[in-house]
Design a protein around this ligand. Structure first.
Ligand SMILES: Cc1cc2nc3c(=O)[nH]c(=O)nc-3n(C[C@H](O)[C@H](O)[C@H](O)COP(=O)(O)O)c2cc1C
Length: 349
């Protein structure tokens, strides 16, 4: 079972990947979404989203856009090293490109993404339009093409979405040359508080594998949603034995060692849970922000990370509030140091 770090805007960046890698890593890392049009036109921040360290051989660049030409042009620049029109930022390491593939974001339900025809809006477009976009992207680079999807748009009947449309959509993905499909089994409007419907991961994995076999090809089917511990993972494996992998998002930010904890046997630096020093981890994260992010992002990215990470502490709300109000990264570290001075037992997991 392949273990994958999920794409998360503001969280799945090079600095976060470094932290996960230090604990033994995972099998694949998806980047946060890269807006294809902005990337092509040299937006100041897009190059940071597309950094490929620390493990380009495990990296998948996730793209978002409503425009097929822009998606395929961006995929070609990234994967085929076509010359970008922008200047590479100084803290982007030289040779810091190349990855194993491209993912098209067809699952993001954030209103700003959906209303402009990107993310999950792709799941409501005519199938031939989506096919044409994927065909174009597929033709623009060598390497793996994947799609991250949800169950689809909500309907007003009891099921919540159209199963018929969902399977037609899978057929279209299979025909278009996609070789990895990730399913976050919720509809567009379903919030993460509603349990993900694992049944559809298993059913769709079986369906996709059968269809791929008929076509004499190979397609990996990956599930995602609400796995935050080894027990959750075992439950997932029991319900979805035919899935080829599991993608983890929020829990990997809170516990960057979760992949190693699940894999257990990995050749990693993590010897026992007693070795996890949460203060050291926070310091490394902040160092990585300074190393891999533009200064404009320091505050928001620290706030987003600590929103999840502080759930490791008993007084999570208190420390989260302090960090939300911290004006600098040094002040954030000061609050954490103060917290561990008062609560020394919480420093080590
Ligand atoms: C803060 C945040 C940002 C996200 N950004 C993206 C994104 O850019 N692209 C995407 O496909 N999914 C995105 N997601 C969805 C996650 O990849 C994942 O599907 C979802 O959180 C469920 O997985 P989990 O239960 O392991 O967190 C985001 C989720 C969160 C919480």
């Amino acid at each position: 079972m392949k273990l994958i770090f999920a794409p998360m805007a503001t969280l799945s960046h090079a600095g976060m990947r470094q932290i996960i890698d230090k604990f033994g890593g995972c099998d694949e890392y998806y980047t946060e979404m890269i807006h294809a049009t902005s990337f092509i036109h040299g937006s100041k921040f897009e190059p940071y989203y597309s950094m490929s360290c620390p493990a380009p051989q495990k990296l998948v660049w996730q793209l978002t856009d409503c425009n097929a030409d822009k998606l395929s042009e961006c995929a070609a620049i990234l994967m085929e090293e076509q010359k970008p029109r922008w200047r590479v930022p100084e803290n982007m390491q030289s040779g810091d490109k190349r990855a194993i593939g491209i993912d098209i974001n067809m699952g993001c339900s954030a209103p700003d993404i959906f209303k402009f025809g990107s993310g999950i809006a792709w799941m409501s477009k005519p199938l031939n339009e989506v096919y044409d976009m994927l065909h174009k992207v597929r033709g623009s680079f060598k390497g793996r093409l994947s799609c991250k999807i949800r169950l689809g748009e909500d309907t007003h009947d009891k099921v919540g979405f159209s199963e018929t449309h969902f399977y037609e959509y899978l057929d279209m993905l299979i025909e278009s040359g996609v070789t990895q499909i990730v399913l976050h089994p919720r509809t567009r409007r379903e919030k993460t508080s509603r349990p993900p419907r694992y049944k559809y991961i298993e059913d769709a994995a079986l369906y996709v594998h059968k269809k791929a076999l008929e076509k004499n090809t190979n397609i990996s089917f990956i599930g995602n949603g609400n796995v935050a511990s080894k027990d959750d993972y075992n439950k997932y494996c029991k319900i979805c034995p035919d899935a080829d992998g599991l993608m983890i998002a929020r829990a990997a930010v809170q516990k960057p060692w979760i992949f190693s904890q699940i894999a257990n046997t990995r050749n990693c630096e993590l010897k026992s849970p007693l070795e996890i020093d949460l203060y050291d981890l926070a310091v490394s994260f902040i160092d990585n922000l300074r190393k891999y992010q533009p200064e404009e992002f320091y505050k928001t990215r620290a706030q987003r990370f600590f929103t999840y990470f502080c759930d490791n502490f008993s007084f999570a709300t208190h420390i989260k509030n302090q960090i939300l109000n911290a004006k600098t990264l040094d002040k954030t570290l000061f609050f954490l140091e103060e917290y561990f001075t008062k609560m020394p037992n919480e420093r080590f997991v």
